[in-house]
Design a protein around this ligand. Sequence first.
Ligand code: NAI
Length: 327
Amino acid sequence: AKAPVNVTVTGAAGQIGYALLFRIASGQLLGPDTPVKLRLLEIPQAVKAAEGTAMELEDCAFPLLQGIDITDDLAKAFDGTNVALLVGARPRTKGMERGDLLEANGGIFKPQGRAINDHAADDVRVLVVGNPANTNALIAQANAPDVPAERFTAMTRLDHNRALSQLAGKLQVPVSEIKKMTIWGNHSATQYPDLFHAEVRGEVAAKLVEQEWLRDTFIPTVAKRGAAIIEARGASSAASAANAAIDHVFDWVNGTPEGDWTSAAIPSDGSYGVPEGLISSFPVVSRDGRWEIVQGLEIDEFSREKIDASVAELAEERDAVKQLGLV
Ligand code: NAI
């Protein structure tokens, strides 16, 4: 039998945690042959709620679930962890400036990066879900100098899945007929969902839709979907975010299918003019447990402008957290 994989989830008592933990424990994160041990990190006042979720996890009698530890202690939470899902974050509240938001999250992701550095397993893989996800990932990474930088990633898979679904609905095709979708840049309203490389049954998606739809409907619908969910549901996306986190880690560990790619925010190596080190979303494939940026795509003028705008926002966020001494 395979050795169990240690999976740490921060913000375990939150909405996404509740949608995520059962799927991890059932084997959907790593595959049906891999036993898991869960480490749930919460702030002290939410530990009891996490314990309640753990009771429910027990009550599912998942064959792959080999243990659950619940803690508010960073060293314990990340001890020997192989997969760290950093979900808990400080949300923007009324009157909060962007600088305040970055600083508050620095207070969370700096010590978490340090704890991952000091306690995690050598093969640790980190996915940051908590917003602002790209920059939180950068903060954690900068504070984990002994961990290879490429192990720190941020989630744009939900945006990717939203883009697939919007396009499938427009063209009335199954999602499975769409390949090579890309989200570029930041997980924010400036993100750029790219239809110029996406293919539908082998044809370029951008040529199958009206340019007005692409520009005035598709891009803003994908980019503002999070706000639309809050408006409709009265709470932010949770099950779909958890689903995307499952997709991201599953593909990272198990590889992406031949002839397709996905989107993930990973440290830039300078590809496509994205400054090295920024954790920006790219078209990526996963091979041998590593993300690789898909190379050689031609970027037209329209796409160039959109990518540059989102990357400029990431660079500003990086400058802001540098000034705060967080990276
Ligand atoms: P939530 O507010 O329901 O849960 C967050 C949990 O994190 C709470 O239980 C809180 O106690 C915990 N927490 C706060 N600080 C912590 C710390 N220092 N250590 C451990 N736990 C801590 O929020 P929800 O809905 O689960 O969302 C979590 C995050 O995910 C938010 O930042 C949200 O903006 C983000 N998100 C990201 C998406 C993406 O596509 N990247 C999509 C949807 C949400």
